[in-house]
Write a protein that binds this ligand. Structure first.
Ligand code: ACO
Ligand code: HSE
Length: 402
């Protein structure tokens, strides 16, 4: 597979907040050959990188594991022999694009929390500027999961004439209150870690706020699983191994088992602190939390009114981070906006991260949609036509209307 991995300088960039930086660098990967009409932009989720497909990267500046290699590649759902696929690391992240850990040219030190606040709109404008540099005026499709799905919606809102098809997966027009609450607690775990030091912890003699980041990620990780999958995988059993990351505990705690579910969360949190920057976690969760599709418009439908392409909204039954009900509300807004829309509901008990780990469920509708829009063979819609014979036009009943 032909892969370009590069970092482009986009020059001065003004963020939604009104603040600017003198030079925004964007790291991206591109796969396949551009023929003028076949570009597909893939938007990564919260802690993803530009490395969406291909061989594991040994370069430690990037996420080692390609996060959607089961979906993107030759002969796969997003077929790189057919489409020119671009994925860019978002501003504020820590995988090559400019963010808090990048050097501030005015001081010569890392920005830390002097970096401007970032929004999903900023990501979209940075991607637009990158695509301009690459000579790609128009996109066949924009695809993304989770907050990457919000990024997809922002494309339909800001650049409706630049994209034919959108695929927001495991996403919604905005986060619900429970998730906002958990994200706020997660950020406090970071900012109360003494090593955080108001976001300035990049010195040679400094230690990063790893305990805070580990706790924040553990909260996040629980949000990405489901009650059923956690029960099935870990139950209440004791762990068969020692903790990889130890936290202070009370003496009486030693009487009780260290559980498998704790072991799982500790192991994954430890791995996460090795790959992600705590300030970036603050910035990117804020971008997600503050996203509101309707911002600046009367309603979600109003925000999407100028988009007249095809939309595939995909959701997972056990996802409580972005529920099927929220996805149905989004699909309804797209219907109201007169887009051609299908809401494809996947029956899965994995939870939110199903979009990352269930390629057999995600791949076929995605592939057929890219090929044929909402008429794609494997694409289903939550709205069923009432086939009862009637003299009247077909009635559409939403599975989610009750
Ligand atoms: C764009 C992006 O989204 S990139 C970010 C990817 N997502 C995340 O990091 C979210 C958090 N991570 C996850 O949910 C998962 O690790 C995923 C989604 C990446 C992969 O899920 P799965 O393939 O189902 O992996 P699973 O959850 O079973 O195992 C993850 C790790 O925990 C380890 N593990 C499993 N059970 C236990 C246990 N009881 N105790 C300790 N470790 C355990 C596994 O060995 C595996 O280790 P490895 O990553 O070194 O191979
Ligand atoms: N687990 C994924 C999706 C979270 O929204 C990530 O960390 O990027």
């Amino acid at each position: 597979m032909n892969v370009d991995h590069d970092t482009l300088s986009l020059g001065e960039f003004e963020f939604d907040s009104g603040e600017s930086i003198p030079d925004l660098e964007i790291t991206y990967e591109a796969y396949g050959e551009f023929d003028g009409h076949n570009a597909v932009l893939v938007c990564h989720a919260l802690t993803g990188s530009a490395h969406v497909a291909g061989r594991d990267r040994v370069d430690s500046a990037d996420q080692a594991r390609a996060w959607w290699d089961d979906i993107v590649g030759p002969g796969k759902a997003i077929d790189t022999t057919e489409y020119y696929v671009v994925c860019a690391n978002v501003p504020g992240s820590c995988y090559g694009s400019t963010g808090p850990k990048s050097e501030n040219p005015e001081t010569g030190d890392p920005y830390g929390t002097d970096f401007p606040p970032v929004t999903v709109g900023d990501w979209t404008e940075a991607q637009r500027a990158l695509l301009d540099e690459l000579g790609i005026p128009h996109l066949h499709a924009v695809v993304g999961g989770s907050v990457g799905g919000m990024n997809v919606l922002e494309w339909a809102k800001r650049h409706p004439d630049h994209v034919d098809r959108i695929v927001p997966i495991a996403a919604a027009a905005r986060l619900d209150t429970q998730c906002l609450a958990l994200d706020a607690i997660a950020r406090r775990a970071i900012t109360t870690d003494p090593n955080w030091n108001q976001g300035h912890y990049y010195g040679e003699d400094d230690d990063p706020p790893s305990d805070g980041l580990a706790l924040a990620r553990q909260l996040g990780h629980v949000m990405y699983l489901s009650k059923a999958s956690m029960e099935r995988r870990f139950g209440r059993r004791a762990a068969g191994r020692d903790a990889v990351r130890t936290f202070p505990t009370d003496a009486a705690g030693a009487f009780f088992p260290y559980r498998d579910v704790e072991s799982y969360l500790d192991y994954n949190a430890e791995k996460f602190t090795e790959r992600f920057d705590a300030n970036s976690y603050l910035y990117l969760t804020r971008a997600m939390d503050n996203y509101d599709l309707a911002a600046g418009f009367e309603s979600d439908a109003d925000a999407l009114a100028a988009f007249d392409g095809d939309a595939l909204v995909m959701s997972f039954t056990a996802d409580w981070h972005f529920t099927t009900q929220q996805a149905e509300a989004l699909a309804d807004s797209l219907r109201e906006a007169d887009a051609n829309v299908a809401h494809h509901v996947i029956d899965s008990d994995h939870g939110h991260d199903a979009f990352l780990v269930e390629p057999d469920n995600v791949g076929p509708p995605l592939s057929d949609f890219l090929d044929a829009g909402v008429d794609g063979k494997a694409v289903t819609d939550s709205v069923v036509e009432d086939s009862q014979e009637s003299d009247f036009a077909p009635v559409h009943n939403s599975l989610f209307s009750r």
